[in-house]
Design a protein around this ligand. Structure first.
Ligand code: HGY
Ligand code: MN
Ligand code: MN
Length: 422
C-alpha cells in the first residue's frame, strides 16, 4: 500500500457539511430589512423596537432549524443543539448595528451559525452541546456599554450599570430593558460557566481578503481600541456683533482638535488609525458662537503601547489648542479595549476547517473590534473572516457575495464538528 493510500486510510472520511445556501441568502436579506432606513443602511440599536423584532426573527429561524431556543436576562437569544456532556461550545455574533449599518456586520455570524447547526444536527448528537447566540449589543450605538451581551454571559456587568448607563435621551439601560419586559434585576442569571470555546464568523470589514483574492481570513489577533470623548467649552455669543478676537469659539477649537487627531495619526503612520466620528454642537444655530462641542473619537492600533502613546498625544494636543483659542477641553475615555491574541488551538481548528473545504486563506489581524476580543480573555476563542466587497462596512454599501458567506459557514460547521463531535 503506497504512502498516499496509507494516509488516506487513516484520514477520517471527509464529512459532507453542505450549507443551505438559499436559506442563508434569504435570511441575510430578511434580517437586513429589520431596521432598514429610508436614508440607507440599518438602524438597530440595543433594546429598540427594530432590535426587538430582529431578535424575535432569529429566534424563529433557530427554532425552524430544530434548535432549542431561549433568551437570557439581557436579551441574548440562544439556539441550542444539546450534546451528551454538560459543557457548551458557543458561536455567534451581535444583532445590533451602527447607525446606517450594513446587513452583514454581526448578522452573518448569527445566520451562518444557524445554518451550521442545521447541518450538524444531521450528524447526530454531539459530545459537547453547541449553541448559536445573537448577542444583544456590541456596537456602543446607544449606550457606552462595551460588549453588553458578552459581558452578561461572562458575569462582568456591575450592579450599578443598569441605572448609570444612559443614552442620549437620558434613558437608563435598565429602563430600556424593562420596556421590553427584560428584568435588569436578573442580569446576574445570564452568567454562563459551561462554555469551553467561542467561535465568531464575521465579515472582514476591510480590503485585504478581496485585494489578495483570498476566500477566508484566519484571524490571529484583534486591535487595541480607545473611544474618547472630548468636550470643548467656549462661550455663546452673538455671531454678528462679537469681535473675532473676543470670542471663545468652541466650534473653531473643536475643528482644530479634530484636524490634529487625523494629522497626529497620519504622522505616526499605519497601522495606527483614528477619526472623530461624532460631533455634537450647541446651542447649534448659525448666528450663535458655539459654546459647547462634544467630539467622539475612535483611536486604534494593534500594539497597546503605541495606541496609548497616540491617545496621550491627542489629549495633549487638545489641551494645547484649548489654551491657544481661549476655551477649555475635557478629555475622557468612553471605552478602552486592549488588543486580543486569539487562541492558537482554536486557530488550528479553524485552519483545518478551511483545509477541509480546500479554500484559499491568509492569516489576518482584525482592525475592527469584536465580542471575541472580550471572550478571548475567558474562553479559547477563534474568528473566521469572509471578504467584504471593496472593504466597505459600517455603511449601506456593505456587501459580501453569498458564495463567500456559504464558504465561511462551511468552515464554521467543520470547526464546530471537530470541537463538538470528535
Ligand atoms: O467598531 C468596531 O470595530 C465594531 O464594529 N464595533
Ligand atoms: Mn460594527
Ligand atoms: Mn461587528
Amino acid at each position: 500500500m503506497d504512502a498516499s493510500t496509507a494516509v488516506a486510510a487513516d484520514m477520517p472520511e471527509p464529512i459532507d457539511l453542505r450549507i443551505d445556501s438559499d436559506s442563508l441568502a434569504r435570511h441575510v436579506e430578511s434580517l437586513g430589512a429589520i431596521g432598514a432606513q429610508a436614508s440607507g443602511g440599518i438602524l438597530r440599536p440595543v433594546y429598540s423596537l427594530a432590535w426587538r423584532d430582529a431578535t424575535a426573527q432569529v429566534a424563529e429561524w433557530m427554532s425552524n432549524a430544530g434548535l432549542d431556543v431561549y433568551r437570557d436576562a439581557v436579551g441574548n437569544v440562544f439556539g441550542r443543539l444539546a450534546g451528551s456532556s454538560d459543557v457548551t461550545i458557543l458561536t455567534g455574533s451581535h444583532i445590533d448595528t451602527v447607525p446606517g449599518g450594513g446587513r452583514y456586520d454581526g448578522a452573518l455570524g448569527i445566520l451562518a451559525g444557524i445554518e451550521a447547526l442545521r447541518v450538524l444536527r444531521e450528524c447526530g448528537r454531539p459530545k459537547q452541546s453547541i449553541e448559536v447566540v445573537a448577542l444583544c449589543e456590541e456596537e456602543h450605538s446607544r449606550y457606552d456599554t462595551g460588549f453588553w451581551g458578552s459581558r452578561a454571559i461572562l458575569g462582568l456587568i456591575d450592579p450599578q450599570e443598569p441605572d448609570n448607563l444612559r443614552d442620549q435621551q437620558g434613558v437608563p439601560i435598565g429602563e430600556a430593558m424593562s420596556q421590553l419586559t427584560l428584568d435588569p434585576a436578573q442580569i446576574a442569571s445570564a452568567h454562563r460557566r459551561d462554555l469551553t470555546a467561542f467561535i465568531e464568523l464575521h465579515v472582514e470589514q476591510g480590503p485585504t481578503l478581496e485585494a489578495e483574492h483570498k476566500q477566508i481570513g484566519l484571524v490571529q489577533s484583534i486591535v487595541s481600541l480607545s473611544m474618547l470623548r472630548i468636550v470643548v467649552l467656549g462661550r455663546a455669543d452673538h455671531a454678528g456683533t462679537t469681535p473675532m478676537n473676543e470670542r471663545s469659539d468652541a466650534g473653531y477649537a473643536a475643528a482644530c482638535i479634530a484636524r490634529e487627531v487625523v494629522d497626529l495619526t497620519t504622522r505616526l503612520g499605519a497601522p495606527a488609525v483614528a477619526t472623530v466620528g461624532a460631533w455634537r454642537v450647541s446651542p447649534g444655530a448659525s448666528n450663535i458662537v458655539p459654546s459647547h462641542v462634544e467630539l467622539l473619537v475612535d483611536v486604534r492600533h494593534p500594539d497597546e503601547a503605541a495606541k496609548r502613546q497616540l491617545v496621550a498625544a491627542i489629549g495633549e494636543a487638545a489641551h494645547g489648542i484649548a489654551k491657544r483659542t481661549s476655551v477649555s477641553a475635557v478629555v475622557s475615555t468612553r471605552a478602552d479595549i486592549p488588543p486580543a491574541r486569539l487562541d492558537p488551538g482554536m486557530v488550528g481548528v479553524i485552519e483545518r476547517g478551511i483545509q477541509a473545504g480546500g479554500y484559499s486563506y491568509r492569516e489576518i489581524t482584525s482592525g475592527a473590534g469584536h465580542d471575541s476580543q472580550l471572550m478571548s480573555r475567558h474562553v479559547p476563542t477563534g474568528m473566521i473572516f469572509v471578504p467584504s466587497a471593496s472593504g466597505r462596512s459600517h455603511c449601506s454599501e456593505e456587501f459580501t457575495p453569498n458564495d463567500d458567506c456559504v464558504r465561511g459557514a462551511e468552515v464554521l460547521a467543520h470547526s464546530l464538528y471537530e470541537l463538538a463531535y470528535e
